[in-house]
Design a protein around this ligand. Sequence first.
Ligand code: SAM
Length: 181
Amino acid sequence: MNKSSLFKELFVNIKTTGAVTFSSKSLVNKMLSFAEFKGAKVIVELGGGDGSITRGIIDRMDADSVLYVFEISEHFCSNLRRQFGTDNVKIICDSAENIDNYLDGQQVDLILSSLPFSLIPKESRTAIYEKSSLMLKPSGFFIQICYSYLLRFQFASYFSNIRTAFTLKNFPPAFIIICNT
Ligand SMILES: C[S@@+](CC[C@H](N)C(=O)[O-])C[C@H]1O[C@@H](n2cnc3c(N)ncnc32)[C@H](O)[C@@H]1O
């Protein structure tokens, strides 16, 4: 699947993708620099898209770790499966609000998200926040990229420790919200 078909999917579904372009390498590197991959055995990505963050996670994760990638677009999912699908990289074509149906009660070390929370209906959004915060290990981190600092205040209802970072090296410039319980 070529880049232009991925961009077409992004534009055509802007109400659910919430982006005009995919994350830059610089943003992905900065986001993932806040995650401790050593020893993180269960990792979740929310909103796989074109796989720009997925690639960065796979490059950093331990060989015996498992990555679950949630993505609602069938088109993106088949591309992600073609690129990355292996026994320890599971591409799940379902909404992140159903995360608990796939993890078999496992607690999660890291959740890395590029979900467009401001476009996700409140009921689904609340389910994602609640389930993620409950499934995260006490030592775990939820790391979100977004374009609005205000999203931090939604996270504050579910996570007690929150800090933010910012980068101009993305279009548009982006915030990174780093949370733990
Ligand atoms: C802003 S794009 C990010 C894509 C890519 N990860 C990146 O960083 O460039 C957000 C992605 O989340 C997906 N998405 C939106 N709502 C979702 C949901 N409820 N569950 C899973 N994926 C969702 C969209 O289809 C889209 O691929």
